[in-house]
Write a protein that binds this ligand. Sequence first.
Ligand SMILES: C[S@@+](CC[C@H](N)C(=O)[O-])C[C@H]1O[C@@H](n2cnc3c(N)ncnc32)[C@H](O)[C@@H]1O
Length: 233
Amino acid sequence: MKPGDAAAVEQLFNDVAPRYDRFNDLLSLGLHRQWKRQLIAWLRPCQGERWLDLCCGTGDLALALARTVRPGGEVIGLDAAGAPLELAEERRSVEPWLNVQWLQGDAMATALPNASFDGVVMAYGLRNLADAGAGLAEMHRLLKPGGRAGVLDFNRLPEASLSAAFQRQYLRRVVVPAAALANLEPQYAYLEASLERFASGAEQEAMAREAGFAVVRHRPLMAGQMGVLLLQA
Ligand SMILES: C[S@@+](CC[C@H](N)C(=O)[O-])C[C@H]1O[C@@H](n2cnc3c(N)ncnc32)[C@H](O)[C@@H]1O
């Protein structure tokens, strides 16, 4: 599959959706939950605020944000694929008091109004967009002045580094074989291809400045295997 091919990416995540959460837990040893908690801790969402989770998938971050901004707050989770959104709504229905709405749409062109959110997050989405710069520009457009944003994803490491070798071996020897056992090999082989074309932390910072963000900082997580781009409009 060609990374950045919107229709193919949508199809991939529709196919993976029923097994996505279990696989994420298994392959990250549950650590993705910790990284998402860290992202939220850095962004400090407050009661009554309005937040947006772009590329929300099955809704991990949107649901966590909705728990944090209540009472009075509101969260929108947006994803291109319908199947993950159905699972997200199933999860929300267990906590019916959470104020979350799910929207199917494109993170690079949401059609949501300008300056309408206190905060925007995106986890493991930027790498999948056909144009990461367009995704960051859309985040900036949607934020109120001074609004915060955070982007969590794999960290693109210098090719020759030991950390990059570890990352490659982990994807090739752990992730893809584990996915093959569940007949999901092509879907997870895509991960390494999408990472190869992904921007480094410094490149993400430059793109975010270009998109208009006033405060920009890329922080490594888990010995540099993951990265978080922290932004303020
Ligand atoms: C790896 S999943 C991450 C899901 C969730 N944020 C998480 O961390 O578990 C990437 C998600 O991005 C969505 N996606 C990819 N391209 C998109 C786009 N252009 N607009 C909106 N969502 C998109 C996919 O459908 C998929 O659900």
